[in-house]
Design a protein. Sequence first.
Length: 131
Amino acid sequence: MNMADVIQGADWKTEKHAPVIEAPEKVKTGECFSVDLCVGKEIAHPNTTEHNIRWIKLYFKPENSKFVYEIGSYEFSVHGDSVEGANKGPAYTEPVAKAVLKLKSSGTLLATSYCNIHGLWESSKAITVQD
């Protein structure tokens, strides 16, 4: 068994667990740009003590490379937790994150997310770097 056997993927427009990657399709070499990440953009994901997104991770795989580079890791640690009981806490984090980066080559942005009940999910987006 390997990770490919346990990571699920789906179109984020129809699946609330798949991470959404919003980034330009084309960027200029060495110029900063933003990548917005979230889970539950079209179909809201529950954000409760019992059912929540724990983290999202963003990676970049350059074209013609075997290896990926981790861009960022974003944890969402509170989901209504409280000493008074589940969903009675004063704070709830939403699975939303932002990265700002610059690239020297074209490739693919990859995101993974983890739901405490439904496991690992992935999505990807190609990005072209031009002069």
